[in-house]
Ligand binder design. Structure first.
Ligand code: ADP
Length: 590
């Protein structure tokens, strides 16, 4: 059944009950009135008949029959009734409305028969004489003893009906007025009942929309008031719970989005139901766009979708290594587990993606480094071994060759020593850098730079290269003096090695905000642009043969880089082939 408004559910029954009651009361009142009015009219006619009998009696006893018709007329005018006098044999001797001679014998009239028999007769019937319904009241004359005649008074029924219709009209009008009043009052009362309920309904709708700002007004009715109070309480609890849920969700989202690992979750239909920013970034997908879509539409990498598919059907954690080609090369480690709800029913799967690119690259660097070290060491060792074996074989007899071989062995041993010294220095600096255990002190920069220049002075003068130092005496820096000196020595040493004789080298120190810059400028061979990005890698050399012949280990610039990093600084290079190079140490003055 179609639901209807409570207002009309209350209003229409009210009106119907009121109308039914009114109808019953009106009907009962009308019928009582009709009965009462009929009895009144009958009693009234009886009184009039008695009065007429009193007037007719003396005329009849004196046998003055001729005067009776006129008397009937007079009495009829006075009594407002038809007056008839009938002899006991039924002959009419007087009638107010008709000529008695023309009237038939009335012996058969029921009121006449009753009056002769019992002294009084009443009847309601159609009058053939007057051709209308009449109420008759007949009395025997004389009242006691043998009746000589019957006196009859009659009134048309229509006059009684007219009186009644008038009363009926009044009753109906009053009933109609009462019905209209009842209808209006019913509407008013129904509204009074339903209005607070509608207010509560509007309030509940507000609560449903999440608007808990306005509390419900408590109506002046115990039941509806209790309902409003219960709803207000519910709203307070609901708001509290929603706030808790939102806070927990925000916390969870914050944890999710700040996670370095990528996390994504799918439902049983393999639709993405959760994805954090790290996952979106790792997979190169749009975070907003991906949610709700099938995992195959978002992740095109088969290995990843395979881990998810396995996770959905597996009890254990599923693992997989994935190499992503784009947007950039990345190595991911994926862990997939099935997701269950509180009852233990599978609702989907989730996958955690760990970016192990850096780890893999470090492993690669370590592998390369081991290969490089082995290679660097093998050359001098092979050389030493070869010459030593030749000498041991005793086939070299002339002292000159022996001397030359021994010099080569000594040179290669120096080379081995240089490589190992540099490697040890590098590893120590790296350890200090990692553990941040570098000993720092406030130094006068110029002192350190002077020491470095002095160390290189010998090699420079051999090639007639002049070194010019420009540094303010007062310039201070918090640094490890020995390491800083070593870095500058390495740079100046390189500048000497890769410059032609007679060239100039400048060592310049300057302050730039909270930073100190130490520049080593040369006019040497310069470095081609393509070598610059890798120049500071271990064992990287532009020209291997030249470097070796100059006694280079290929570790000098790597040491400089790590010394700069151990001081929270960096090293940069600018160079142009044939024009020279500028190496700059940028160190913070902490
Ligand atoms: P090496 O022991 O070979 O000098 P480094 O790590 O000090 O190793 O330098 C790496 C390479 O960078 C060198 O082999 C050389 O090719 C290049 N290089 C370094 N400094 C200079 C410079 N001042 N001018 C030109 N090339 C340089």
């Amino acid at each position: 059944m179609k639901p209807r408004r409570l207002l009309w559910q209350l209003y229409f029954p009210y009106v119907l009950v009121t109308l039914a009651c009114l109808s019953v009361v009106t009907w009962h009142a009308s019928s009582s009135l009709r009965r009462f009015h009929g009895e009144q009219a009958s009693a009234d006619l009886s009184v009039r008949a008695q009065l007429i009998r009193e007037q007719v009696a003396p005329r009849l006893s004196q046998n003055r029959m001729d005067s009776i018709p006129a008397l009937c007329h007079d009495l009829a005018l006075l009594a407002h009734a038809r007056v008839t006098v009938i002899l006991s044999d039924g002959r009419v001797i007087g009638d107010s409305d008709e000529d008695p001679l023309k009237m038939e014998n009335h012996a058969a009239r029921p009121e006449f028969i009753d009056a002769i028999r019992a002294g009084e007769g009443v009847s309601q019937r159609y009058s053939h004489t007057l051709q209308s319904d009449m109420l008759y009241h007949a009395l025997a004359l004389p009242a006691t003893g043998e009746p000589r005649a019957v006196v009859r008074a009659a009134i048309p029924l229509i006059t009684i009906e007219e009186g009644l219709s008038h009363i009926y009209a009044n009753v109906l009008l009053t009933a109609l007025g009462a019905a209209i009043f009842a209808a209006v009052m019913s509407l008013f009362i129904s509204r009074r009942i339903t209005h607070p309920l509608e207010e509560i309904k509007r309030g509940a709708e507000r609560f449903a929309r999440g608007d808990f700002g306005t509390q419900l007004r408590i109506p002046n009715s115990i039941e509806i008031g209790a309902l409003a109070e219960a709803l207000n309480q519910m709203a307070v609890q609901l708001e509290d719970r929603i706030r808790t849920v939102v806070r927990q969700r925000n916390e969870l989202e914050a944890v999710f989005s700040s996670m370095v690992e990528g996390v994504l979750a799918v439902d049983k239909e393999r639709r993405l139901i959760g994805l954090n920013r790290a996952a979106a970034r790792l997979l190169g997908v749009d975070y907003e766009d991906a949610l709700g879509r099938k995992v195959e539409e978002v992740i095109t990498h088969e290995d990843l979708t395979r881990v998810l598919t396995h996770s959905l059907s597996s009890e254990d954690t599923v693992e997989g290594d994935v190499r992503l080609g784009h947007p950039e090369e990345r190595f991911l480690q994926a862990h997939g587990t099935v997701l269950r709800d509180a009852r233990g029913i599978t609702i989907g799967a989730m996958m955690v993606l760990e970016d192990v690119t850096r780890l893999r690259r470090l492993e690669q660097i370590r592998r390369d480094f081991v290969a490089n070290v082995s290679h660097e060491l093998r050359t001098p060792i092979t050389s030493i071994k070869g010459f030593v074996e030749t000498l041991l074989d005793g086939e070299v007899h002339d002292p000159e060759s022996t001397q030359r071989f021994l010099q080569i062995i000594a040179k290669q041993s120096d080379r081995l020593n240089a490589i190992i010294t540099d490697l040890l220095a590098l590893s120590k600096i790296e350890r200090d850098e990692e553990q941040e255990t570098l000993d720092l002190e406030t130094i006068h920069l110029r002192d350190v730079l002077e020491l470095a220049v002095q160390t290189c002075e010998g090699a420079a003068s051999e090639k007639e290269i002049s070194i010019q130092l420009e540094c303010d005496r007062e310039m201070e820096l918090r640094a490890n003096p020995l390491l800083l000196e070593q870095a500058v020595v390495n740079l100046v040493d390189n500048a000497i090695k890769y410059s032609d004789p007679g060239k100039k080298i400048r060592v310049v120190a300057c302050a730039n905000g909270g930073w100190r810059q130490i520049r080593v400028e040369d006019q040497g061979c310069g470095i081609a642009r393509e070598h610059l990005p890798r120049l500071f890698e271990r064992f990287y050399r532009v020209d291997k043969a030249r470097s070796r012949s100059l006694g280079g280990t290929g570790l000098g610039l790597a040491i400089v880089k790590h010394i700069a990093q151990a001081h929270q600084g960096r090293v940069s290079v600018e160079s142009a082939l044939g024009l020279g190079s500028v190496f700059t140490l940028h160190l913070p003055n902490r």
